[in-house]
Design a binder for this molecule. Sequence first.
Ligand code: MN
Length: 254
Amino acid sequence: MNILVTNDDGIRSRGLRELVKVLSEVGNVSVVAPDQERSGTGHAVTMHRPLRAIEITGIPGAVQAFQLDGTPADCVKLGVEVLLEQRPQLVVSGVNAGPNLGTDVLYSGTVSAAVEGLIMGVPAIAVSIADHSEEWLGLDKAVEVAARTAQAIGEKGLPEDTLLNINLPRLPAEEMKGIKITRVGIRRYRDFVEKRKDPWGRPYFWLTGEAVDMDEGPDSDTKAVKDGWISITPVRFRLTHEEFLEELASWNLD
Ligand code: MN
């Protein structure tokens, strides 16, 4: 199996390096990843300036690797279309430092790279750990689950428009409760803008905030990870609100 690995934390990220090492036991791993941190860029693509890809060596386990001065979605587009010698059969994005749960999947560069895989017709996995710290708590378990999931997709396939979003709790591997199949929860942010002053007294703003989970249903991804489970959510992007179509037509807007 040809696997394309990418991320949104940049090509130097430890999460990506560990993932490549372990996935190289499952298939031929190539890497196309951003040359710098690109977290929170969602599904942005670069259209108003050129993109430069530099082939690099020194990523153990990778048969080919490129750093790109673009977004995670750019990396998958170029990886699938032009950069790699062989078309990937699977895109794996991560391992991200920090969770991608609930509504955050829409902001996430990690998940958006996987979505780009789907758009290009390649099955995809996104993997994240709920640890932003230097400890990378859960990383070993994350790459193990990613490898097992990749193998299963190789054998069974995935529905055409579906990716798997995997999140691990911030716990040592032996304290995790196991795998729970979940739904996407609803996560909002409280106090999400800090207003500060620069040295000249002019205001500036910094996006931040405390996550507030609105949907505490027993099978939501947000709750599962909070409770110490490894969450795997099948995510797809059919965005039409089917049930509302008829009522909206009855508004007679023409
Ligand atoms: Mn990230």
